[in-house]
Structures are given as structure tokens and as C-alpha cells.
Design a protein around this ligand. Structure first.
Ligand code: SF4
Length: 354
């Protein structure tokens, strides 16, 4: 076995040496050293990220896999389960979101779930193999009276031995600190897209509002879960712009969900032409190369992907999935199908938490 592994490694080096994409070699080398440069992280220009996107598909995937293997066990993924603890009626107008009160997507506004219901879902997630439990609430920003029950949820879910993550949208600094004090591990807040394309998708809050919330989360010492959505009609340059924003955060997010638009009837983005699946895989690969130590998560839109496409995403460096339960208001492949796919790919999941 060791001989085979050594042979593959030697062949990999030889193959890499023959790829005439010099930019890939430079980018992969640079990406591999980013993690050692915490004090002076490398900055990526949008043009450099766009160069990665433009590589021949096989070269890009090969480079991403190399970087992935430098930092992770390539045959393990982490499972997160997401529960919508407060659905619908959101004041924001995000063009993709059925929970926005600005759109008529048939999602009714609900109250915050009771603690017992949340804990029951968390127990089920843990029994199904999830190591992280994410709780999402459709608020523009939480009022202080909302925060106390959410903090109770964080404390109790954490006491079960699960990592905790919440997404409550915009946060003030003292709210982030309160969540940290309750034991929160991760806060999810997406950039969604590039600064230039952002205004076509959301008008009720600014890109800077999002960066400010992420700054408060960082300052409080909470891990950042931050990514975006592709397939919203944006250009490749906009996708490169999103990845550059994420990679240049300094430090870049610990978790980077890459969502594929689920075009829901009743939202402004219904009817948007789907993105080429290989372009989605490219986005995963570019995220992996530019953020070598991040957990890159296959998130919304996975239900519509067949097994072969998901496998390509793992090859491109995705190492986390949303699993089980419902992914906020859109569907998620059933846990059974996921388990079957992971088993066919010899991908392990147990005990993989970060
Ligand atoms: S994405 Fe979040 S902030 Fe935007 S409308 Fe939906 S629930 Fe509200």
C-alpha cells in the first residue's frame, strides 16, 4: 500500500511538473503557504482568482486536490445539520429568498421555535452522525429579547456534544459577545456575491453591513462561517470577486459554504437559468485553492445534483455537507441517500469536527 501511495505521489509531482499552466503552480504553491502566513496572509486580486477559474478543468481540479490533501484527509467530510428555528416574514429583500416578506413564495411567518423542539431536532441530528448543528432565524437582526432564548439553545445543544452555529443576520458587537459567552462556536453570515453584483440581489442592507457583522463576530472570537451563492445570473468575474473577498478577509472564514441557487417560485430570481454544473465545481475548486484550511461546504442546491456531480465537488475540495433535516425552507437530500453516496465513495464522516 505504501509503495502504491509513494508511486502515486511521485507520479503526481511528475504530472504537476508537466502542466503548462504556470499560474496554477504558482497559485497552488502560494495557497499552500497561506496557512503558514497567518501574520501576513496573501492577498488575491480578482484577476488572479479569475485566472484560476480560467484554467483547464482538469488542471484546476488537480491543483485543488493537491492543496486539499496538504491540509485535510481527502476521504473525510464533516456533516452539519441545519434547522430553521424562526421561519419567514423577514424584512430584507434578498432576491433569492422565499423567507423575505417582500416576496410571495408561500412561506408563512412563524414564531421562534420552543427550546424543546430544537433540542429534539439536535438529538436526531447527532444520532444521524452530524457533528455541527446550525440554527437559522429569519430576522433582519435579532432584538435583544430574541437573543436570550437563542443563547439557551446554544448552551443546551453544545451540552449535547455538538458544535453550535447560528445565523441571525445582522449583529451588534455586544450581541456577538453575548453569543460567544453562551458558548457559540460558529456564526454564519454570507457575503452572497461580489460587491459589484450585490445591489442586483439585495437593496435593504449594504455589503458593508455584512462585513461589519462578520467583523463583530471575529472580534468576539467566534469562528466565521461565510460564503455565497452562485447561479444568480452573475458573471464569472462576479464569482471571482466573491471568492477574492472571502479569501482576503484575513483570516479567511473557517467555514465557506458554496450555495447553488435554488430558484424558488415567487422570488425575483425564479426562472434564472441554472449555472453550468462544471462552473459550480470550478467555484468549489477555486475556493479550496484560495482558502486551503477552510471547510468548504456543499450547501443549498445539493438536492438537484446527481451523485456524479457531488463526487466531482468532493474531488474539487468540498469537505463538508449539510445533511439530514431541511435546509431552511428548501429541501435537502435525505440522509439515507447521503450515507449511500459517501459509502460508495469510501468517504468517512465519524468524529470529524473542527
Ligand atoms: S436571506 Fe436571510 S436576510 Fe435575506 S430575506 Fe432571507 S431570511 Fe431574510
Amino acid at each position: 500500500m505504501t509503495t502504491i501511495t509513494n508511486a502515486i505521489a511521485a507520479n503526481s509531482a511528475a504530472t504537476l511538473a508537466t502542466i503548462d499552466a504556470e499560474s496554477l503552480r504558482q497559485s497552488a504553491r502560494r495557497a499552500a503557504t497561506v496557512s503558514e502566513q497567518a501574520a501576513a496572509p496573501t492577498r488575491w486580486s480578482v484577476a488572479e482568482v479569475a485566472e484560476l477559474f480560467a484554467l483547464p478543468f482538469n488542471d484546476l481540479l488537480f491543483g485543488a486536490q493537491q492543496v486539499h490533501r496538504d491540509h485535510f484527509d481527502a476521504n473525510t467530510v464533516q456533516l452539519s445539520t441545519l434547522l430553521s428555528i424562526k421561519t419567514g416574514g423577514c424584512e430584507e429583500d434578498c432576491g433569492y429568498c422565499p423567507q423575505s416578506a417582500h416576496h410571495d413564495a408561500g412561506v408563512k411567518a412563524e414564531k421562534l421555535m420552543e427550546l424543546d423542539e430544537v433540542l429534539e431536532a439536535a438529538r436526531a441530528a447527532k444520532a444521524n452522525g452530524a457533528t455541527r448543528f446550525c440554527m437559522g432565524a429569519a430576522w433582519r437582526s435579532p432584538k435583544d429579547r430574541h437573543l436570550e432564548p437563542v443563547m439557551d439553545m446554544v448552551r443546551e445543544v453544545k451540552a449535547m456534544g455538538l458544535e453550535t452555529c447560528v445565523t441571525l443576520r445582522m449583529l451588534k458587537g455586544e450581541q456577538a459577545q453575548a453569543l460567544k459567552d453562551a458558548g457559540l462556536d460558529y456564526y454564519n453570515h454570507h457575503l452572497d456575491t461580489s460587491p459589484e453584483f450585490y445591489g442586483k440581489i439585495i437593496t435593504t442592507r449594504t455589503y458593508q453591513d455584512r462585513l461589519d457583522t462578520i467583523g463583530h463576530v471575529r472580534d468576539a472570537g467566534i469562528n466565521v462561517c461565510c460564503g455565497g451563492i452562485v447561479g444568480m445570473g452573475e458573471s464569472r468575474e462576479a464569482r471571482a470577486g466573491l471568492i477574492a473577498q472571502l479569501a482576503n478577509m484575513g483570516p479567511y472564514p473557517e467555514s465557506v459554504p458554496i450555495n447553488n441557487l435554488v430558484a424558488v417560485e415567487g422570488t425575483p430570481l425564479a426562472g434564472t437559468a441554472p449555472i453550468d454544473p462544471f462552473e459550480f465545481v470550478r467555484t468549489i475548486a477555486v475556493a479550496r485553492i484560495t482558502m486551503p484550511r477552510a471547510m468548504v461546504r456543499l450547501s443549498a442546491g445539493r438536492e438537484a445534483m446527481d451523485d456524479a456531480l457531488q463526487s466531482l465537488c468532493f474531488l474539487a475540495g468540498a469537505n463538508s455537507i449539510f445533511y439530514g433535516e431541511k435546509l431552511l425552507t428548501t429541501g435537502n437530500p435525505q440522509a439515507e441517500r447521503d450515507r449511500s453516496l459517501l459509502a460508495r465513495l469510501d468517504i468517512r464522516t465519524e468524529g470529524y469536527a473542527r
